[in-house]
Design a protein around this ligand. Structure first.
Ligand SMILES: Nc1ncnc2c1ncn2[C@@H]1O[C@H](COP(=O)(O)OP(=O)(O)OP(=O)(O)O)[C@@H](O)[C@H]1O
Ligand SMILES: [Mg+2]
Length: 282
């Protein structure tokens, strides 16, 4: 069942000198799915997310939503002089939600904090935004740049929270310039430039691990134990297929157990594809 579906969304800004920020975009979101919208600055990503999240109400096109939406703002939409608990309690009460506040705070790992929101770090504010959509028991969580400006630990923490939400059957739409984090959470990537989607890919179609070897074996290193996961190999490198980035350490361990001496491990495919798509157009 589709949680959200939009077709031919168009949006122009300005009254006199109209500029078209979105020129007809369509996407659909299912339960348990995460869609990432990527693209250069000014492509129209935020405009699209604000339309999908109900923040912008004037646009052309068709938008169908089944369920309620939690729109997580990039900064914070919570009250600065209340604690996280008080904010969530308030939003819970006004929306008539029966979701347990302490349970939600535990889920986003803010349960041990008694600080006021204005004393929160950027990462904590981002987590409280997610918590708010959990309080509303939103079926669809929309996040603009959730990983922007966060240290790797908090950023991974937020990625893990989003993966858990998917497992609970929620749908997520996000934008990000962090192509590595996208690989951790997204199932599908929409490439946007100049107000349009130029490409749409399922992530597993291009998630590849490039492994460089220390020894240049004349007949190639025996990697038959990898089975179908081995996509390509020559004397220096091999390309392996991956379902998600969590599998990398297991794969590396397995190769080391089988006597393969590894020199380097790299994961660049999304970046490669990004460059390929957007360089073509400049
Ligand atoms: N409130 C506004 N009034 C007028 N023009 C706007 C407004 N908001 C966005 N735009 C224009 O719409 C276009 C798309 O902007 P948008 O913020 O959606 O891009 P983006 O892909 O989110 O960029 P970034 O990666 O920098 O966040 C840009 O040309 C921008 O100048
Ligand atoms: Mg933006």
């Amino acid at each position: 069942m589709k949680l959200l579906e939009c077709t031919d969304i168009r949006k122009s800004y300005g009254l006199i000198k109209r500029s078209e920020a979105l020129k007809g975009v369509s996407l659909s979101l299912e339960r348990g799915q995460c869609l990432a919208v990527v693209g250069p600055n000014g492509a129209g990503k935020t405009t699209l997310l604000r339309i999908l999240g109900g923040v912008i109400a004037t646009f052309q096109g068709n938008l169908k939503v089944r369920g309620n939406i939690g729109y997580c703002s990039e900064t914070t939409s919570n009250y600065p002089y209340l604690t996280g608990y008080e904010n969530l309690n308030f939003f819970g009460e006004v929306s008539g939600s029966s979701t347990e506040v302490t349970e939600v705070l535990r889920k986003v790992r803010l349960d041990n904090d008694r600080k006021l929101v204005f004393q929160y770090s950027k990462g904590m504010k981002r987590k409280l935004e997610i918590a708010r959509s959990l309080i509303l028991d939103a079926d669809i969580v929309i996040m603009d740049e959730p990983f922007d400006g966060l240290d790797p630990i908090i950023s991974k923490d937020i990625a893990n929270i989003l993966v858990r939400l998917k497992e609970e059957g929620k749908g997520i739409i996000l934008t990000s310039h962090d192509l590595y984090r996208i690989q951790d959470v997204a199932d599908e990537v929409y490439f946007m430039s100049n107000g349009k989607f130029s490409r749409h890919e399922t992530l597993t179609n291009f998630l590849r691990l490039k492994v460089g070897f220390q020894d240049k074996a004349r007949n190639g290193i025996d990697l038959s134990f990898l089975g179908r996961r081995l996509l390509f190999q020559n004397r220096d490198v091999a390309y392996l297929s991956l379902e998600n980035t969590d599998q990398i350490s297991d794969l590396v361990e397995e190769m080391m157990r089988n006597g393969v001496k590894i020199k380097s491990v790299g994961l660049e495919p999304l970046e490669d594809l990004f460059m390929e798509i957007f360089n073509e157009q400049t």
